[in-house]
Design a binder for this molecule. Structure first.
Ligand code: F6P
Length: 562
């Protein structure tokens, strides 16, 4: 096992933060007073990271809070861990791997990065060129379906990191879509692939089987179903008439993205149509690898390159910016502040951008698969609470659903508001710019959360005394506001990289390996034992726990087979 991480709770900074929060509580934290006492607070606590303007001023922090949090970062060795990541040390200890998603977005001409005897920079650019060139041939109608028709739909079959990132980005960059539409199939629920295929023309559909390991049950099942559908439909049209024509059809209509090229070949996909990446890219960090092939096909190679440039801009910010102005470092430390000193258990991400509707779901995998751990990277138990439940919905929809709890509930929920100055779809309602209605709501919500409404203000509106308590807003509910000029491919890359790095900062403070995911394995293994029991194998049934046995028996008693 590797060197023990520093236990954050034993550092001087941690003790000082404990005392600091007690002093804050004794002095009654009040954002109204803090803003009144420091007229430059908004400017002092607003930072720029590439194109992102990040306002931390509505957080429950004093200047001293940040000083102490930055000391904590120093005392646990954050700087050296970030460098270790960028230089390819095996910081994914439990899998003995480097963590190099930052290498995926190194611009052309970057210096050689040698890791484990391999030229990572050259490998990344070689594979990038391969899948972008392939995408161009599909878009140009050079690579067609087996009947010579150009592709109109590309279906990405993958799950987790091989689905959430591409699906989220495809929606986020809606204005950049072209002739070829993308669809995403992930769930092993047959409704997912069944509903998707029902609307498609086999002659103009390209399938991308995306799986880092090429062993994932959901993805391989869906890939087999898609292959069977393709061959059956083309057979019905007289196109597939023999084993040879079937092979030709699969070769034209299926490509794969994986680190396991041998398994791709076993599936029957031509290795020339397989795009690779490396074990040092975690699934949830892979949208900027060949896993983005579906994006290169549907949005175009140039959009994909701009997307990568955005990631790289945030990587440079992380590596080069002093920590007192370093946005991912500050936001990661703020999350520590809320989780470990304010007992926050969840974190809301609220995009005021309909196209970012899947961003919270994407962040759930990124943050919770990374930092939902109870042991540190040397195998010892963690010494404090780790991880938060990330969740959210686009504004303004969330306002009419769960914001009540944010404003008046008993739990502290730190929130990230994300908004853009320029709308992707500008519309006027009479003389009203509709985007301004959206932005007004975003800004107003951060203000209401921070400053609330006092009993005196409620009374001054003529509210009957009995109802005053119900109409008071305590305020002092923290939010961070992230704004950018527009949701471009580059800005989206910056946003994703920002949250990747926030996740790394938190994991480092807690001493956990943010790059493994052993917690997903047990359920997978047990599902393999339940499947034969559902099929009717009595010996498999008896091996299950009593509750699971009863569930299987209930299933058998009510399942109607066609
Ligand atoms: O089960 C979790 C997981 O391993 C994720 O980490 C990963 O993104 C997903 O499954 C899909 O894995 P693969 O890309 O290997 O199919």
């Amino acid at each position: 096992m590797s060197i023990a991480p520093v236990d954050p709770t034993t550092t001087e900074a941690w003790q000082a933060l404990r005392e600091h929060i007690q002093q804050m509580a004794a002095q009654h934290i009040d954002l109204r007073t803090w803003f009144a006492g420091q007229p430059t607070r908004a400017a002092d606590l607003t930072f720029q990271a590439a194109d992102l303007r990040v306002d931390l001023s509505k957080n429950l922090i004093h200047p001293r809070t940040l000083t102490l949090l930055l000391q904590l970062a120093d005392q646990v060795g954050l700087r050296s861990r970030i460098e270790a990541m960028f230089t390819g040390e095996h910081i994914n200890v439990t899998e003995n791997r480097a963590v190099l998603h930052t290498a995926l977005r190194l611009p052309p001409g970057s210096p050689t990065l040698m890791v484990d005897g391999q030229d990572v920079t050259a490998g990344v650019h070689h594979e990038l060129t391969r899948f972008l060139t392939f995408a161009a041939t599909v878009r140009d109608g050079v690579h067609t379906g087996v009947t010579g028709k150009p592709f109109e739909t590309v279906v990405n079959i993958g799950i987790g990191g091989s689905d959430l990132g591409p699906a989220m980005v495809y929606q986020a960059l809606t204005p950049y879509r072209g002739r070829i539409k993308a669809r995403f199939v992930s769930n092993v629920d047959p409704s997912d692939i069944g509903d998707t295929l029902a609307a498609l023309d086999p002659e103009t559909t390209l399938f991308i089987v995306a799986s880092k390991t090429f062993t994932t049950l959901e993805t391989l099942t869906n890939a087999r179903l898609a292959r069977a559908w393709l061959l059956e439909m083309l057979h019905a049209r007289g196109v597939v008439t023999s084993a040879e024509t079937a092979t030709q059809a699969v070769a034209k209509h299926f490509v794969a993205v994986s680190t396991a090229r041998d398994k791709v070949a076993e599936f029957g996909i031509n290795p020339d149509n397989a795009f690779g990446f490396w074990d040092w890219v975690g699934g949830r960090y892979s949208v900027d690898s060949a896993i983005g092939t579906v994006l290169a096909v549907s949005l175009g190679p140039q959009v994909f390159r701009e997307f990568l440039a955005g990631f790289n801009a945030m990587d440079t910010h992380l590596r080069m910016t002093p920590y007192d102005r370093n946005v991912p470092v500050l936001l990661g430390l703020l999350n520590i502040w809320y989780v470990n000193f304010w007992d926050a258990r969840t974190h809301a991400v609220l995009p005021y951008a309909q196209h970012l509707a899947r961003f919270p779901a994407y962040l759930q995998q990124l943050t919770m698969e990374s930092n939902g751990k109870s042991v540190r990277w040397n195998g010892e138990p963690v010494t404090t609470t780790t991880g938060e439940v990330f969740w959210g919905e686009p504004g303004t929809n969330g306002q009419h659903a769960f914001f009540q709890l944010l404003h008046q509930g008993t739990q502290l929920v730190p929130t990230d508001f994300i908004a853009f100055a320029n709308p992707p779809v500008p519309l006027q309602d009479g003389d009203q710019d509709v985007h301004e209605l959206l932005l007004a709501n975003c800004i107003a919500q951060t203000s209401a959360l921070a400053f609330g409404k006092t009993p005196e203000e409620v009374r001054a509106e003529g509210t009957p005394e009995a109802i005053v308590p119900a109409r008071v807003f305590t305020g002092n509910r923290p939010s961070t506001t992230i704004m950018a000029p527009a949701l471009t491919p580059s800005v989206l890359g910056q946003l994703i990289a920002l949250y990747e790095h926030i996740t790394l900062v938190q994991g480092t403070i807690w001493g956990i390996d943010s790059f493994d995911q052993w917690g997903v394995e047990l359920g997978k293994a047990l599902a393999a034992k339940v499947t034969p029991a559902l099929k009717g194998e009595e010996s498999a049934l008896t091996e299950l726990d009593p509750s699971s046995q009863a569930l299987v028996q209930y299933y058998r008693s009510v399942r109607v087979h066609p």
